[in-house]
Design a protein around this ligand. Sequence first.
Ligand SMILES: *Cc1c(COP(=O)(O)O)cnc(C)c1O
Length: 407
Amino acid sequence: MIRINENFTKLKASYLFADIAKRVNAYVAAHPDQPVIRLGIGDVTEPLPPVCIAALHAATEEMANRATFKGYGPEQGYAFLREAVAQHDFKAHGAHVEPDEVFISDGSKCDVANIQEIFAADTQLAIPDPVYPVYVDTNVMAGRTGANNDGRYEGITYLDSTAANGYVPAPPAVATDLIYLCFPNNPTGAVATRAQLTAWVAYAKLHKAVILFDAAYESYIRTPGIPRSIYEIEGARDVAIEFRSFSKLAGFTGLRCAYTVVPKTLKARDAAGHEHAIHALWNRRHTTKFNGVSYPVQKAAAAVYTAEGQAQTRALTDFYLGNAKLIRAAVHQLGLSCIGGDDAPYIWVNTGRDSWEFFDLLLNKAQVVCTPGAGFGKCGEGHVRISAFNSRENVITALARIAAALK
Ligand SMILES: *Cc1c(COP(=O)(O)O)cnc(C)c1O
């Protein structure tokens, strides 16, 4: 009989969101008259910006006519979008990225999941804790780790993100090959300074390693001087791949569009020591396994770069950051410390107690759902993530209930 890829059996089942749903459903069943407010979600709530809607309608009309109909597009994305990305997201910020270094895709989740397959099976990994689970699980599936013992896989260098280091880990003392960094961070909302990213680029240069920089929340950065791209750091073109998404920038979580930047100067070696351009490998992989994002969706993404689109997406992210500001103030009012919320839609609360205990407290006493930090890794224990993705009305009601319940 055919055999399975046994690496899948090493995956530690993530019960996080199932566990949350179970507890919330039980509460709702027992208290049908007490509506709960969900501040645990990592999905946007507000509709698409009007420029994107208009672009979708116009592109649909083009698809409806023989003269303007589009079939398969370039797998890497249409030039109009790749050029807009290179110009507005990089060159305008003093970072050098060429349009043909931009690979348009249907999501950063797939890109950060798929990128590992172009590297060797014995690649040494450095992965933060707490973390977006995709980085770890995709490497487990690929066989780059051992068993899971006590919540951690053998063979991964974990980068602890704790109150002690301001939730931004420094490069480890040991050599690694592939480093996952995410700033602004999910789940902590922490951002990395220019000096901190410079240290990571220097580490990667020293060890001839590659940094995978997940910048899904870049559009939430407001603090002056915080880099928006790893390519704002000198030398990063030789050591880093960057992932960006329209999901949190323009509410595309249900529409699907993202991109990955692979500079042509980025190299890795084969077993014989010969250098290869990673760009060529990713181009081969992308064009073999992916057939392009739909034309209307790419037109909607390009609309984000018009003057109107910039104003509308700014208003959208400002709205969520307004929620975040209210949440931060409420957390401080409770006498708890937190980070995030200034340059990210997440607030990471140091609860000073078991993260599930705090989750239950908020659910039972305030009918508010948060995300227990322990679900994101060992270092998440003692914390909860509160999301700013909700209506203003729900945020205000939730915070009033929390204040009353924990008084
Ligand atoms: C939401 C998110 C993404 C974006 O995923 P898409 O597949 O583009 O929707 C990427 N990385 C992190 C850490 C995220 O939270």
